[in-house]
Design a binder for this molecule. Structure first.
Ligand code: ADP
Ligand code: MG
Length: 340
């Protein structure tokens, strides 16, 4: 592809953010911090590992790679401002394929008022996209996973396991030779995989809170809770009956639901802990923004339980397995049995 022409096609006519002094078109972009704390994250997607052509269209791919980064901003309580894209392009695809990827990104970027301010383009053997996102928070208002304290309540936004179920439906559909037709509940799970909603507004609306620990669910809630428990040096206990799942997910057998809600990953919901007296404020923000907020557990402290997570289920409290979602899209090991 013609790199020069491609870059001119994806360059925005104007920038939305006052932070952008210089965007695309020089050796580097210039970002003015306006007195706030800068928050920076990067995420990389590689074809065959994180996605396949069968599970994501180019537009959805662009949307999703950016959404994952915005979810990291949400988990820090930050407002995203701008992003840079490092693209490893292959000869397999033409320029219009890459334009569609950028159009997927722009669809989400315009929704959040953020700007594409630079990137890099190289030719390679496998398609890979890496996005660096810049965001900001008022001084000292970044939200850390190390902020959980004994006595806190644990909450989660939205529902768990939907994205994994959606991925399964897509993977299964690629095994048949005819065009798949999906029912409406199946479509809704697939949308949760292809177009997740980063919870940026929810997180920034929690600003009045003095303290909240936040993490976003990329590898499954079990893994994210371990991260909070570990960096905060506390014990977290969650109640299986409280874990929110969607009506759509109930179409799958219990064993899969139980697996996916804890270890499924990629829902990009937020999990957090707050002081009990602050929980009504969190639910109020959820109501205001139409984001479901569910209390799922509590934080405690004892010497032997430091950094551990327990699951209360069927009247017994057991150590929750510490494992996360392993990315291996398209791998034949992904086979799972269920009756639709
Ligand atoms: P340099 O050679 O100085 O690094 P490039 O020719 O690679 O600059 O890039 C020119 C401009 O285009 C820069 O502003 C760069 O950030 C931007 N750019 C290059 N590739 C991409 C891309 N894939 N996505 C977005 N911006 C890009
Ligand atoms: Mg240069």
């Amino acid at each position: 592809m013609d790199e020069f022409q491609f870059i001119s096609q994806i360059t925005q006519e104007s920038y939305r953010q006052a932070h952008i002094v210089k965007g695309i078109g020089d050796d580097a972009a210039v970002f003015r911090s306006l007195g706030e704390d800068l928050v920076i994250a990067v995420d990389t997607f590689v074809e065959g590992i994180h996605f396949t052509e069968q599970t994501l269209s180019p537009e959805q791919l662009g949307y999703r790679v950016l959404a994952v980064n915005l979810s990291d901003m949400a988990a820090m309580g930050a407002e995203p401002r701008a992003y840079l894209v490092s693209l490893v392009a292959t000869k397999k695809q033409d320029q219009s394929f890459y334009r569609q990827i950028y159009s997927g990104m722009e669809g989400l970027a315009s929704k959040y008022g953020i700007d594409l301010i630079g990137g890099d383009t190289v030719l390679g053997k496998e398609l890979a996209i890496s996005i660096t996102v810049l965001g900001s928070v008022p001084r000292d208002k970044a939200r850390y996973r190390s902020e959980a304290k004994p006595g806190d309540l644990v909450f989660v936004t939205g529902t768990l396991g939907d994205s994994r179920a959606g991925l399964q439906l897509l993977l299964d559909s690629t095994k048949t030779c005819h065009l798949p037709t999906f029912s409406s509940w199946e479509k809704s799970l697939i949308a949760r995989h292809q177009k997740p909603t980063p919870r940026v507004d929810f997180a920034t609306n929690l600003r009045p809170l003095k303290r909240v620990a936040l993490n976003d669910i990329s590898d499954g809630i079990a893994n994210e809770l371990y991260e909070i428990a570990g960096s905060s040096n506390v014990t977290i206990t969650i109640d299986d009956r409280c874990l929110p799942i969607s009506d759509e997910l109930r179409n799958f057998p219990r064993s899969l639901r139980d697996e996916w809600k804890l270890f499924g990953g990629e829902d990009f919901e937020l999990v957090g802990t707050v002081a009990e007296e602050d929980f009504p404020f969190v639910t109020q923000i959820g109501n205001k923004l139409d984001v479901q907020v569910t209390k799922i557990g509590t934080v405690s402290y004892n010497e032997s339980g430091k950094g551990k997570v327990f699951l209360f289920k069927n009247g017994v409290k057991k150590r929750l397995k510490k494992r996360g979602y392993i990315h291996r899209s398209g791998d034949s090991n992904d086979e799972v049995k269920y009756d639709k």
